[in-house]
Write a protein that binds this ligand. Structure first.
Ligand SMILES: Cc1ncc(COP(=O)(O)O)c(C=O)c1O
Length: 416
């Protein structure tokens, strides 16, 4: 294809994208208000098309460029892309268990994490033969309580897996202090928190590894995908090898090492088209984060009048959330149930979701496991009383007004 032909193709795609994206015009009551939705346009489609025309499909130059730019965005030395956030988490703990790492984790060592979690976050610990220890979350932030973390530390405790719940950063001053004082590895689950920060520092840059997801519902996307952000230069070659079948990290640079396997690896790579899309989405991330924050504020402002019955999370001092969604908790005294409210919203075509895996110990998958935990009153409360609605950047003021209006309709039927 010649340059002018490519230019023509790009213009055609731009014209079509303008007409076709977003796929549906919002019609109140008819169009679903999604809990999440990817937002992309001609830039992403053209980048993917251009990438295809290079003839290169596996990870290549664009993937390496994406890794550099994402590391820069997060404020880390390196980043390594993976095929999902779940893989990023699995690899982070696999690497910390490697004998190539000083003072590495050993089978049966304890990792403290939040009981209000996503299953594959917890599974990254279990599948690496480590023992998770679950702690309760705080009612205002939905995040692990540093005081409880400290109380649960034993001589078997070797790591913290900190989860920034639905984009709200944890108290990283306290958690990094605890990790340092007790000589613990610190891994951050930032799968829902791209762009969030604490005291001006982006999440994913505080510990040994930050794990991100680029799944279609998340802050920015490549369809599926993930990344590990790193400041530890020893972890980089190891994780690179672990995600690449165990190949030596220099296998692609040094022909004599092309079939040299130095770790027991997985295959968790992406394809170059994903990186092409990711590079375009990354440029839009700061704008997406701001729009999420604005949408979150508008929705909470609209629903604040119902705070006798509903409550919403707040940010810690120094934290800047990158809200994945608007978590809503129905208070103890509310004269209606969560099911009644969610059903009402569903009938009004407003999507809701429960909080990730809720109290993950209540999931049947973990029934046979003996997992040590603190008492979990807040996590249990959220498990039965909370849900969320979307605040994604594709949500317009018209959609937000509609959501608030529908809550008003529901509440007026319950004496408010
Ligand atoms: C907190 C958290 N951790 C991990 C993951 C896993 O990410 P992925 O779906 O990319 O595997 C998710 C996915 O939504 C998540 O919300």
């Amino acid at each position: 294809m010649t340059e002018p032909e490519i230019g023509e193709l790009h213009s055609l795609i731009e014209r079509i994208a303008k007409k076709k994206l977003p796929a549906e015009k919002f019609v109140p009551g008819k169009t679903t208000v999604n809990y999440a939705a990817p937002l992309f346009g001609a830039e992403e489609i053209n980048a993917v098309v251009d990438s295809l025309f290079t003839g290169w499909l596996a990870e290549g130059k664009l993937t390496r460029k994406f890794e550099q730019e994402f590391a820069k965005y997060v404020g880390c030395r390196d980043s390594i892309v993976t095929n999902s956030g779940s893989s990023a988490l699995l690899l982070a703990f696999a690497a910390l268990k490697s004998p190539r790492i000083e003072n590495n984790l050993k089978e049966g060592d304890e990792v403290i994490t939040s009981a209000l979690t996503f299953p594959t976050s917890l599974n990254s610990v279990i599948l690496n033969s480590l023992n998770p220890v679950l702690v309760d979350v705080e009612r205002h932030s939905y995040n692990m309580n540093p005081k409880t973390v400290e109380e649960m530390i034993t001589r078997k405790t070797r790591a913290l897996l900190v989860l920034h719940h639905l984009g709200n950063p944890c108290r990283m001053d306290e958690l990094t202090r605890i990790a340092k004082e007790h000589n613990l590895f610190l891994v951050e689950d930032c799968c829902d928190a791209h762009g969030a920060s604490f005291n001006g520092k982006r999440v994913g840059s505080f510990g040994d590894a930050g794990c991100f997801s680029f799944y279609a519902a998340h802050a920015f996307t490549m369809g599926e995908g993930g990344s590990i952000t790193l400041n530890n230069e020893k972890l980089y070659p190891l994780i690179y090898s672990l995600k690449t079948c165990g190949l030596d990290e220099n296998a692609f640079k040094d022909p004599s090492k092309r079939t040299l396997y130095t770790s027991i690896g997985y295959k968790m790579r992406i394809i170059e088209l994903q990186a092409a899309m990711g590079l375009q989405q990354l440029k839009k991330l700061p704008g997406f984060v701001e729009k999420r924050r604005q949408n979150f504020s508008k929705i909470v402002k609209g629903l604040k009048k119902f705070s006798d019955f509903l409550e919403f999370p707040t940010e810690e001092k120094g934290a800047k959330a990158a809200w994945f969604s608007v978590p809503i908790t129905i208070k103890e005294n509310a004269p209606f149930s969560r099911t009644e409210l969610i059903d009402f919203l569903r009938n009004a075509r407003i999507e809701t979701r429960l909080l990730l895996g809720g109290n993950v110990l209540k999931q049947p998958a973990y029934a046979g496991f003996k997992i040590r935990s603190s008492s979990l009153p807040v996590t249990d409360f959220f498990h039965s009383q909370s849900f969320y609605v979307g605040c994604h950047p594709g949500m317009t003021d018209e959609m937000i007004d509609y959501v608030v209006e529908k809550f008003e309709g529901f509440m007026s039927g319950h004496g408010k």
